[in-house]
Design a protein around this ligand. Sequence first.
Ligand code: HXC
Length: 261
Amino acid sequence: LEVPEFEFLRYEVAEGIAWVTFTRPKALNALAADVLREIAEVTEVIAEDPEVKVAVFTGEGKAFVAGADISEINALKDVFIGREFALAGQEVMNHIAALPVPTIAAINGYALGGGLELALACDLRVAATKAKLGLPEVGLGLIPGFGGTQRLPRLVGVGRAFDLILTGRHVPAEEALALGLVNRVADDAVAAARELAQAIMKNSPVALALAKEAVARGADVPLPEALEIEADLFGMTVTTHDMREGTAAFLEKRAPEFKGE
Ligand code: HXC
């Protein structure tokens, strides 16, 4: 597997977990175009790496990601370029959302604007106690454009999303937990993300991928069609080795040994 040289992030795989760490702490890991390009590249690496069972995104320093790069936005001049800017960022977030393995944002500090939008493209979010989350775009004369106006209301409901989108305020981790915006709060977000990843990895990898696909595809269609998708994917589980093994292990009162096929 060819892993490219990255300038703005670090990619490591250990014990089944791919760690993507943003490494531009001086700019609070802001998503400049070059950073977005590297994130798109790293998602390709993750998707092709057979060692990877779960992927975790996190940041170095006091921020997870403090948003898109405001100096690049300041230079945007017309409606077409602005639209392209949003679409390009959305595409990167879509690559993260489409990863076949479960993904966790380990929100070590500020997750603002495009940074929160990146975390929203992950399946799960773990926040450090000191983390602050928000969509401050309206205070810059912008609106969220990397998926925030769409993924946030789908996750927490329209009313709660409006609170964040219209005030632009920084939400503390504990409140984010109460809102359902994050799944866990811990002093050490990385350690908590590792524990969560380990719990996930006890399960069948093929079942995880199918479960993720069911949730993702079902979210975009009406319920009757979504239920058909679920039934189709459930059907696929019953032909897998992992299903034979998982159910047999239960009946034999032993731990399963999944192969991911
Ligand atoms: C570019 C950024 C940045 C950003 C921080 N920096 N956020 N540069 N883009 N989004 C830079 C600062 O300019 C500063 O550079 C350095 O990082 C450290 O930041 P400080 O502000 O000095 O740190 P602090 O006082 O601790 O404040 C932290 C902060 C603040 C509250 C997180 O940095 C902040 O409000 N940042 C912007 C957050 C934001 O509005 N995000 C949304 C962006 S719009 P120097 O060179 O001075 O050291 C967006 C749109 C996405 O994301 C969708 C587009 C389509």
